[in-house]
Design a protein around this ligand. Structure first.
Ligand SMILES: Cc1cc2nc3c(=O)[nH]c(=O)nc-3n(C[C@H](O)[C@H](O)[C@H](O)COP(=O)(O)OP(=O)(O)OC[C@H]3O[C@@H](n4cnc5c(N)ncnc54)[C@H](O)[C@@H]3O)c2cc1C
Length: 389
């Protein structure tokens, strides 16, 4: 898939930034589980959080394809940094931009779009992930105080507890619908709300640089005007947010595959074996690396085709299917790519001093976050008319 000269020029800008400002530090940040606020703010200064936001909120009014290019290029250097941008825009800014009132947008967007603060998106709970309809967190409207009172807990929430996190959009039950199912709404809870507690960060397999916390809400009160979008439309809002997010996760996965490819090509040309020849002369090494190139090209084509559909205003069903296909293929290919890369590096691939070990640990979550591979297969099967559940 060929992108425009403008997209390729933007790719070079982000690549230069990532190689100069991120690459030299990632091994240490990863080892220390350090969330680099200054680097994230520098990404903000470069305009990365505002790529798709309207100019009136400080954004560049750019397209979704450009956002995917930025996520891919950051992800090629480090997956945690890529997900910080992906979640910051896709899960933090987008729900407010898409569903917020003018007043809410004016209040919250400028700092988020400038990348000087971060917003998170709290859907998953200890008892509900893929089954998002069964969330337990509740928000009750206290009409005398004109406030929502939020109680419950959220789990695995990205960008939710960093020192630059300013708010979390929370999916909560706000009542029951006529058909007996839960009425779900989205409520914005600012980070300094009494009763909103950010629990200690998780000790994760990968994404060590990314900020992920459990959250709890104990009579957390926010003004009634913190309802985001229409009351009772929260579930539909979250689902549409995730459709876009899946394309962005696919871009992150493409970055991972490309990193594996680049690292392997270089290493296979340098490392020697019997007869003092590079290991890349051996088909047992060269062929799996050739497969990485196929994964990168195929993954990129699916991802940017889905992004082009989004930019072109494609219909909901077409976009949803393209997003699921791109996410499913690229995330599974990324996991395979990191396994190949680790093998090409031999024992060094198992050592943290080489980046392939970090990519190996980081890739697995791509098959889980923003809808597992099984959920993507359900959605794709349904798009074929199958009654999959
Ligand atoms: C690092 C990290 C960051 C995250 N960030 C966020 C965030 O910012 N915001 C947020 O809201 N969530 C976030 N999540 C949560 C993530 O989206 C969920 O973990 C994911 O949706 C899966 O939910 P679960 O973990 O509850 O697994 P479950 O839903 O319990 O699934 C367990 C297994 O069962 C399978 N399964 C479940 N239901 C079905 C079914 N009907 N058919 C077939 N198989 C099924 C799943 O595919 C999976 O293999 C994050 C998770 C992680 C690990």
């Amino acid at each position: 898939m060929t992108l425009s000269p403008e997209h390729e020029s933007f790719r070079r800008t982000v690549r230069e930034f990532a190689e100069a400002e991120i690459a030299p530090h990632v091994a240490a940040w990863d080892r220390d589980h350090h969330f680099p606020v200054d680097a994230v703010r520098a990404m903000g200064k470069l305009g990365l959080f505002g790529i798709t936001a309207p100019e009136e909120y400080g954004g560049a009014d750019g397209d979704f394809t450009s956002l995917c290019v930025a996520i891919e290029e950051l992800g090629r250097i480090d997956q945690s940094i890529g997900i910080t941008l992906e979640a910051g825009v896709g899960l933090g800014i987008n729900p407010i931009l898409t569903f917020g009132t003018d007043e809410q947008k004016e209040r919250w967007l400028p700092d988020l779009v400038a990348g000087q603060s971060l917003a998170a998106f709290g859907l998953t709970e200890p008892g509900s992930g893929s089954d998002a309809g069964s969330i337990r967190t509740k928000a009750v409207l206290d009409e005398s105080a004109d406030e929502w009172v939020v109680n419950g807990s959220k789990q695995f929430i990205t960008n939710s507890g960093s020192e630059m996190t300013s708010l979390v959009t929370v999916a909560a039950r706000t009542g029951s619908r006529e058909d007996g199912r839960a009425e779900v709404s989205a409520i914005v809870v600012p980070a300094d709300t009494p009763g909103f507690v950010v629990e200690p960060a998780y000790d994760k397999l990968g994404w060590h640089i990314s900020d992920t916390h459990p959250l709890s809400f104990d009579d957390a009160r926010v003004p009634a005007d913190h309802l985001l979008g229409e009351r009772g439309r929260g579930y539909a809002q979250f689902l549409s947010t995730l459709d876009d997010g899946r394309i962005a996760i696919a871009a992150l996965a493409v970055g991972c595959i490309q990193a594996c490819l680049d690292l392997c090509v270089e290493y296979a040309g340098e490392r020697t074996t019997v007869g003092d020849v590079p290991i890349g002369t051996k088909q047992g090494v060269a062929f799996p690396i050739a497969d990485l190139a196929v994964m990168a090209e195929a993954g990129r084509a699916l991802t940017y085709q889905a992004a082009a559909l989004k930019d072109g205003g494609a219909g909901h069903a077409e976009l949803k299917r393209a997003a699921s296909i791109a996410k499913l293929y690229t995330s599974e290919a990324a996991v395979s790519a990191t396994r190949v890369a680790t093998q090409v590096f031999g024992g060094y691939g198992f050592m943290e001093e080489y980046p392939v070990a970090r990519f190996y640990r980081d890739a697995k979550i791509l098959e889980i976050g923003e809808g597992t591979s099984e959920v993507q297969r359900i959605l794709i099967a349904r798009s074929l008319g199958l009654p999959a559940e």
